[in-house]
Design a protein around this ligand. Structure first.
Ligand code: DQA
Length: 148
């Protein structure tokens, strides 16, 4: 089974970016923990972060040809903006879990609106970086029927 972990804009700054909101764990810590977590369960996990909407869309298109079974995505600011990214996920028809480090419902009102949540298998927010671990665990343990 193949999982793809995607992170959107500014998440390369995790660890130093607004640490009071996002904590001190870096993205590379998250990515390497995710790889180990998946391989311990006999799955393969690849990861990608970009600040560019089009590159994220291209990566999602490639996921279909690669036979990715499930995507864990933190769309970051694109959450609240990107119809194109939403359409890419729907277009490849790969089930996905939406993750946010912070609780987007506890912040500015406009952050509560997501272009992804109504199509996601699950939505995790406010668990801090533990949300990634929880999302991957969910994919590994509970999406087996959907993600062959
Ligand atoms: C975020 C929340 C978004 O509102 C914000 O734009 C981000 C990160 C989160 O992980 O909490 O960049 O997706």
């Amino acid at each position: 089974r193949k999982i793809l972990l995607l992170n959107g804009p500014n998440l390369n700054l995790l660890g130093t970016r607004e640490p009071q909101i996002y904590g001190s764990t870096t993205l590379s810590d998250i990515e390497s923990a995710a790889v180990s977590q998946a391989s311990a369960a006999g799955a393969t996990l690849s990861f990608y972060q970009t600040n560019h909407e089009g590159k994220l869309i291209d990566r999602i298109h490639t996921a279909r040809t690669e036979g990715i079974d499930a995507i864990v995505i933190n769309p970051a600011a694109f959450t609240h903006q990107s119809v194109a990214l939403r359409d890419a996920l729907l277009g490849v028809d790969i089930p996905f879990v939406e993750v946010h480090v912070s609780n987007i419902h506890k912040r500015e009102e406009w952050r509560a609106k997501s272009y992804f949540s109504d199509k996601a298998e699950a939505v995790i927010c406010g668990l801090g970086v533990f949300g990634y671990k929880a999302a991957i665990e969910f994919v590994l343990e509970h999406m087996k029927e959907k993600a062959k």
